[in-house]
Ligand binder design. Structure first.
Ligand SMILES: Nc1ncnc2c1ncn2[C@@H]1O[C@H](COP(=O)(O)OP(=O)(O)O)[C@@H](O)[C@H]1O
Ligand SMILES: [Mg+2]
Length: 365
């Protein structure tokens, strides 16, 4: 265990999007300052932070100056370069650590890590390098079934870098479109629902987890997260057990998001881990209005080596993302007494852009 950061200390955050912004706001509530490092001068997190560095992520001099000016470093995205992570960790505590990045920024590493810990995942394989041929395709269908999800191993998000291969046509062309890239092939999981859990681990190994939330995507982007999720209590417990195993396995410090597929119904329900995110997560935004201490505050607490806050839920919540033009409705949303409105301060509305979210709160029954 290291020494806790005192109020007034500064946490450095790599990334200046909405997650960095909400982390900085949570830090400010605890009397901690944030210094945001982001290449985009128009970053939402800059509005609410004590210090800003505008520089490319591979600008090692700028990174070094940034790290020297802060007391600990965290990040809002998993694609932090491992060399940069090493450079940071040599100078200041990096939380979560490099191992979490290494595992989660490559879908193959991620699946192998999970499978190696006996955590249930769907079928997957790689063919490296793969030939976009009828033979390769046949091999894949034989091993993984009639429908396959092909994903780039790195840099995918919101469904980007993914394609479906089906036995009944078009597969070869789709496969050829990914030639030369490192990809993972996954068996299509016929899930009944998608759920996720946010869990947090302190540097002393203490663990807490929020309730499981049920997620619905539209156009591959998260649309709504609902708590409670419509799953069995045993399934909820299983999600917590899996979260604890992953957190300990990564010697993790901070909040971790885990996405699951739920297969089967009621008594026959089973969880498969889809992916993990070593950071606060969109499907955890409900915690801002459903819990005394949000995912953002608990992440900051863990990074600062403070005691974790309570994760129990006092309300039922439906979180709805405001994507693109949805945000133009801000006035009506602000007038709705059940809607807690969170806007990210992005100046320009663009299609598909996450502009904010709304937590609709009903008292817990
Ligand atoms: N193997 C799979 N079987 C069925 N659906 C999948 C599979 N992999 C991904 N999906 C669908 O695509 C969505 C996005 O995939 P995901 O792996 O979570 O990537 P990302 O969120 O990084 O874009 C998932 O939430 C799920 O709806
Ligand atoms: Mg996902």
């Amino acid at each position: 265990m290291t020494e806790a950061l005192p109020p007034g200390a500064t946490i450095g955050i790599l990334g200046g999007g909405q997650l960095g912004r909400m982390l900085a706001v949570a830090a400010a509530e605890l009397g901690l300052k944030c210094h945001i490092f982001c290449p985009d001068p128009d970053s939402p997190a800059f509005d609410v932070s004590a210090a800003q560095t505008i520089a490319a992520y591979d600008d090692r001099d700028a990174l070094e100056a940034f790290v020297r000016s802060v007391d600990a470093v965290t990040y809002e995205f998993e694609n932090v370069d491992l060399g940069a992570a090493e450079q940071i960790a040599a100078l200041k505590p990096l939380r979560p650590g490099a191992k979490a990045l290494e595992v989660s920024q490559d879908r193959l590493n991620e699946k192998q890590f999970l499978a190696g810990k006996d955590i249930p995942v769907g079928g997957f394989l790689t063919v490296d390098p793969f030939e976009p041929s009828a033979r390769t395709l046949e091999f894949l269908f034989e091993r993984l079934g009639e429908t396959i999800v092909m994903k780039t191993r790195r840099f995918g998000y919101d469904g980007k870098g993914q394609a479906i291969l089906k036995r009944d046509g078009g597969g070869l062309e789709t496969l050829a479109g990914f030639a030369g890239q490192d990809v993972i092939f996954e068996a299509f999981v016929p899930f009944a629902r998608e759920v996720s859990i946010m869990a947090v681990r302190g540097s002393d190994g203490e663990i807490a987890a929020y309730d499981v939330t049920e997620n619905v995507h539209a156009d591959h982007i998260l649309a709504t997260s609902t708590v409670p999720a419509g799953i069995q209590p045993e399934t909820e417990q299983e999600a917590r057990r899996i979260a604890a195993r992953i957190l300990h396995g990564l010697d993790y410090v901070g909040v971790l998001g885990i996405e699951f597929f739920v297969v089967g119904e009621s008594g026959g329900e089973k969880l498969l881990v889809n992916e993990i995110a070593p950071r606060v997560h969109n499907s955890g935004h409900w915690t801002q209005d459903g819990c005394a201490v949000s995912q953002f505050e608990n992440h900051i607490r863990a990074v600062a080596d403070w005691p974790l806050g309570p994760t129990d839920r006092h309300s039922d919540i439906v979180m709805t993302n405001l994507i693109g033009q949805d945000a133009a409705e801000w006035r009506a949303l602000a007038a709705d007494p059940q809607a807690r409105l969170h806007l990210y301060g992005k100046s320009e509305i663009r299609p598909g852009r996450k502009m904010g979210h709304v937590n609709r709160v009903t008292r817990r029954t």
